[in-house]
Write a protein that binds this ligand. Structure first.
Ligand SMILES: [Zn+2]
Length: 142
């Protein structure tokens, strides 16, 4: 994961501003690092200080992780993915098994909760990695 050469490509290249003061790896590297819970910029420290609480600043590279605000994006992506999984299972169960609605609910509702809780953190990390890499950083004064 760590490379000898420095990462290239400043964040916010479309604005023509000065290069970011932290490493900006390629897009999919940043998304992958965020999805596994590491700093998207350097990959050396943890992105989260809690289940979903993001560290304010990376202690290794200085990336302003707390200024990257994903807001409602990760929950929306999570619901879309989890809904597709659970609804597909519901359709398969309806067409192949003869279960009562209560049995299906007893299986699928806890599954929906588990899938949502399992996906939310990696999706939030990946979203933060994407946003940090493309320069979607919002200072706290705005
Ligand atoms: Zn870092």
């Amino acid at each position: 994961m760590n490379t000898a050469k420095p990462d290239s490509g400043p964040a916010g290249t479309t604005t023509g501003s000065t290069p970011a003061p932290f490493p900006t790896p390629p897009l999919f590297i940043a998304i992958g690092r965020g999805a596994v819970g590491l700093c998207p910029a350097c990959g050396k420290t943890r992105l989260f200080t809690g289940y979903l609480r993001v560290a304010e600043v990376c202690t290794v590279c200085g990336a302003p992780l707390g200024e990257v605000r994903a807001d409602d994006g990760p929950p929306v992506f999570t619901i879309l993915i989890a809904g597709a999984i659970v609804v597909t299972l519901l359709v398969v169960m309806e067409s192949t098994m003869n279960l009562s609605i209560l049995t299906e609910a007893a299986i699928l509702l806890p599954l929906m909760l588990i899938v949502c809780l399992g996906l939310l953190r990696p999706i939030k990390g990946g979203t933060l990695g994407l946003m940090l890499q493309i320069g979607m950083i919002k200072p706290p004064t705005q």
